[in-house]
Write a protein that binds this ligand. Structure first.
Ligand SMILES: Nc1ncnc2c1ncn2[C@@H]1O[C@H](COP(=O)(O)OP(=O)(O)OP(=O)(O)O)[C@@H](O)[C@H]1O
Ligand SMILES: [Mg+2]
Length: 508
């Protein structure tokens, strides 16, 4: 039996951790000795280079570099075409990163690593979770759980602070934002509510700064970098990110770029930077307020605020949280490592056959972790016989695992089939929700009258993966059951083929 690890598969950086002999999670360094690995892949012919070396080349070889792929997880898109003409999907790029991490861990431990818990933003929907699980499978890992990042952070944090109370996890990473309210009651950790934005992170702060610097260059009579070639844009992105980090500790900094032989020196103060990004921070603020409201709490009832994600190093974030909560915000553990540490704890527990595995792994500090759904689940219905709308069956922030049944009715006499469209989202308007899958259910009984009750049961398993069941609402007869045929994900054959290709691929 090989080892198990916890992996934080981030938009910009990945971290992995495993329990040490003392049962405490430790970061597993990569082969270069780094505690975090940039989520960047550089293709050189048939070889995929992952990590810092790829990140360093991003500016000089942007067309052979793939970054921020997590933003595309769950999309049926092609993010890169290899020299040999092979189209790669987001889960295949993620699999390359995971393969590199797996091999680094094997090098570190000197033994096979074949099972892992991989984390995802709580706000990831079903397609994105499935794509993440698939990426692990392609990379040759058995994915024990797809775990929510804020929950992972809370597990790692909860291990050190066993006191009861309500806390808010504010996770602003490179590409996604998650805000979660949790309650710890002694040895139980319960998610009360979660919200977030899967397209909001440090990357967007970088974009604002890039635009600003570009505008300054143009104002000074220079040529626009953003209108230029990819290599220049990548260089500007690099420099903007470095400047942003500098502004977390310094009041000002400058960015130097040479465009068409002319050197440009753009000075940026923290104040200017905060002003140009205030609307981004504002989005995190309204989501944080929303989640506290959804947990039916007031800010006075939040005992502690926990900062997770590299972007919470920006002073504007700390200020915002302190002004909302009226309390100092805490950085319990290194904020870019805490998610991987929590994943490592759960991986060890999942790997144990003992019924009280989590308690054993955590020395009794935690016996149970309860999570909630981050998306409402429903079906498309015909309301009042005329309007097509979304009918929510499982409301968001329901405790996992969960199943809810709701009764509908047949539309006409002797109806013999139902086209069931399963949706994700809150709105009744179909335009604002996602149809995540559909299936034709046959009604095995003839001659049922119009308005005959039909029960649809939607359930989420512990990984928030969705199952659908349809029964006769009167007799309880089973009419059909399916796991959603996900429009956006790979099928079994595609997955196997991708796995075979990856086994043969060289990843360094
Ligand atoms: N000192 C700093 N000041 C400002 N931003 C920082 C600092 N250090 C790191 N960051 C930013 O943090 C982000 C990376 O954070 P983290 O590693 O938590 O993200 P991630 O896990 O890759 O992303 P996600 O969780 O969104 O998938 C990057 O945008 C990076 O620029
Ligand atoms: Mg993260």
């Amino acid at each position: 039996m090989g080892r198990v690890i916890g992996i934080d598969l981030g938009t910009t950086y990945c971290a992995m951790a495993a329990l040490n002999d003392a049962g405490v999670p430790d970061i597993v360094p990569n082969r270069e000795g780094e505690r975090i690995t940039p989520s960047v892949v550089l293709f050189q012919g048939d070889i995929a280079i992952v990590g810092s070396q790829a990140k360093r080349s991003a500016a000089s070889a942007p067309e052979d570099t793939v970054q921020f792929v997590k933003r595309h997880m769950g999309e049926k898109s092609i993010v890169y075409t290899t020299e040999a003409g092979k189209d790669l999907r987001p889960e295949e790029i993620s699999a390359l990163i995971l393969k590199r991490l797996k091999e680094d861990a094997e090098l570190h431990f000197g033994e096979p690593v074949d099972r892992a818990v991989i984390t995802v933003p709580a706000y990831f929907d079903d397609a994105r979770r499935t794509a993440t699980r698939d990426a692990g499978t392609i990379a040759g890992l058995e994915v024990l759980r797809v775990l929510n990042e804020p929950t992972a952070a809370a597990i790692a944090y909860g291990l050190r602070h066993a006191d009861a109370g309500v806390f808010l996890v504010y996770d602003l990473g490179g590409g996604t934002f998650d805000v979660t309210v949790m309650r710890s009651a002694g040895d139980e950790l319960e998610v009360l509510a979660t919200a977030g934005d899967r397209n909001l992170g440090g990357y967007d702060w970088d974009n604002r700064l890039m635009k600003h610097v570009d505008a300054e260059i143009v104002a000074a009579g220079g040529a626009s970098v953003l209108a230029g070639d990819e290599a220049r844009i990548a260089e500007l992105r690099d420099k903007a990110e470095i400047a942003k980090r500098t502004l977390s500790t310094s009041e000002q900094c400058s960015i130097v770029l040479s465009v068409d032989g002319a050197h440009h020196h753009v000075k940026v103060t923290r104040e200017t930077f905060e002003r140009m990004t205030s609307s981004l921070l504002g989005r995190t603020e309204s989501l944080a307020r929303q989640v506290v409201e959804e947990a039916r709490l007031s800010w006075a009832q939040i005992d502690r605020t926990l900062l997770v994600g590299g972007s919470t190093r920006m002073p504007m974030v700390t200020r915002l949280l302190e002004s909302m909560s009226g309390r100092p915000a805490e950085r319990g553990v290194a904020q870019d490592e805490v998610v991987a540490m929590g994943a490592a704890i759960l991986a060890a527990a999942e790997n144990s056959a003992a019924p009280d595995a989590l308690a054993q792994v955590t020395g009794g500090a935690l016996t149970a972790v309860r999570d909630v759904t981050s998306q409402s689940l429903g079906v498309e219905v015909l309301a009042d016989g005329e309007r097509v709308e979304n009918s929510v069956i499982v409301p968001r922030n329901s405790r996992l695992p969960c199943g809810v049944a709701k009764k509908y009715a047949t539309m006409y006499h002797d109806q013999r089939g139902i086209l069931l469209k399963v949706t994700e989202g809150e709105d009744t308007d179909m335009a604002y929700v996602n149809v995540i899958g559909q299936s034709e259910i046959r009604i095995p009984v003839a001659g049922l009258p119009e308005g005959h009750p039909v029960e649809v049961r939607l359930s989420y398993d512990i990984d928030a993966i969705i199952h659908v069941q349809v029964t006769d609402g009167q007799t309880g007869q089973h009419w059909g059951e399916f796991e959603i045929e996900r429009v956006a994900n790979m099928d079994g054959g595609q997955l196997r083929a991708a796995g075979d290709r990856l086994r043969a691929a060289e990843v360094i």
